[in-house]
Design a protein around this ligand. Structure first.
Ligand SMILES: NC(=O)c1ccc[n+]([C@@H]2O[C@H](COP(=O)([O-])OP(=O)(O)OC[C@H]3O[C@@H](n4cnc5c(N)ncnc54)[C@H](OP(=O)(O)O)[C@@H]3O)[C@@H](O)[C@H]2O)c1
Length: 298
């Protein structure tokens, strides 16, 4: 198992140099069912650094992820091109797995955007074209054609609201969703009921969004000490407490963490190493966070 001191020693040098040396411990990967591909367990969400076109910060965050064997970056709109430029500057464009939001209603416009993105990344095809189920479902034949035409390797749906779950379930059952993105965490466990079991049964890879409720989780736990028993599963921060809970669900391939702070990126990557909580510990984590919420009156 990776020693945490060694892990942090390797990464502090990275933060100083912003390079991608490949010397650090590599994140574990989990297979995309039915394929030879696998996703590293920690990914990046659509960071404000990408949205704001902050190339230097984007490079530091992406460099930190890639240095540790990460790959998945979720991004839409203009962020896609910032990620492509940052990854290109770092020389890691080939190693990034981009989950990109595409609307299916205008096939021509989407193909044009895809062409420009392929030019920007230098890749022969995109990794994942996905969208909200309410937008993707009526245009699903178009998504399938993008895949059949070799524009993208994978297609998927992505949402963070339970109202979307029935459509997600229906689309998974058609057998053509490769990768599903859904919200799941200690404070949003609804996906456990049907979505995650169905994904496992139907062989659909799962990425998870909102691990920190878009930051609200940190204000909930802000005044609380991390429980000492978290050390039993190699957890050293509240961020890792959430991420290790998510990663201990067997349906999950990769959790997407949004940050514009390279040190937070490093903290989040740390959750991918070491032990994960077992079933009894997962229950204890849920109870512990529920007590904190009750105490805080939230
Ligand atoms: N398709 C959909 O419907 C959908 C919906 C929601 C989200 N998503 C995807 O999922 C990604 C993540 O979900 P989310 O947007 O809800 O964000 P999130 O990852 O749950 O939370 C992000 C917030 O947590 C903070 N943070 C991150 N790591 C931290 C750490 N180690 N310590 C302290 N604070 C930390 C960030 O602040 P700093 O910048 O200061 O670190 C930011 O304020 C999104 O970026 C997006 O790609 C998709």
């Amino acid at each position: 198992m990776v020693n945490r001191r060694e892990f942090l020693a390797g990464t502090s040098a990275l933060l100083a140099t912003r390079s991608v040396s490949g010397d650090s411990p590599r994140l574990p990967r989990r297979p995309i069912p039915g394929t030879r591909d696998a996703l590293p367990v920690i990914g990046l969400g659509n960071s404000n650094a990408f949205r704001e076109g902050d190339l230097e910060t984007s490079k530091r965050i992406i460099g930190t992820l890639l240095e540790h064997g990460g790959a998945y970056i979720d991004c839409g709109g203009a962020s896609r091109f910032v990620v492509a430029e940052a990854a290109g500057d770092l020389g890691v464009a080939e190693d990034v797995f981009m989950g990109c939001y595409f609307a299916g209603a205008d096939d021509g416009a989407a193909r044009d955007q895809a062409r420009r993105l392929l030019e920007a990344t230098g890749k022969p095809r995109l990794d994942l074209m996905h969208n909200y189920p309410e937008d993707a479902a009526p245009n699903w034949d178009t998504f399938r054609r993008w895949k059949d035409d070799g524009i993208t390797k994978y297609i998927g749906v992505s949402r963070h609201r339970r109202e979307a779950y029935p459509t997600m379930l229906e689309m998974m059952r058609t057998g053509t969703v490769d990768i599903l993105q859904v919200n799941y965490s200690l404070l949003e466990t609804e996906a456990e009921q049907e979505i995650l079991p169905a994904a496992m049964e139907l062989g659909v890879a799962v990425t998870v969004n909102r691990p920190f409720l878009n930051g609200r989780y940190f204000s909930i736990v802000a005044k609380e000490e991390l429980p000492r028993w978290a050390a039993a599963f190699d957890c050293t921060s509240w961020a890792q407490f959430s991420l290790k809970f998510i990663l201990s669900h067997p349906a999950v391939n990769c959790v997407l963490t949004e940050t514009a702070n390279p040190r937070h990126a490093l903290d989040n990557i740390g959750a991918g190493f070491g032990r994960l909580p077992d079933e009894a510990t997962r229950e204890r984590m849920l109870e512990h966070v529920a007590e904190i919420v009750a105490r805080a009156g939230r």
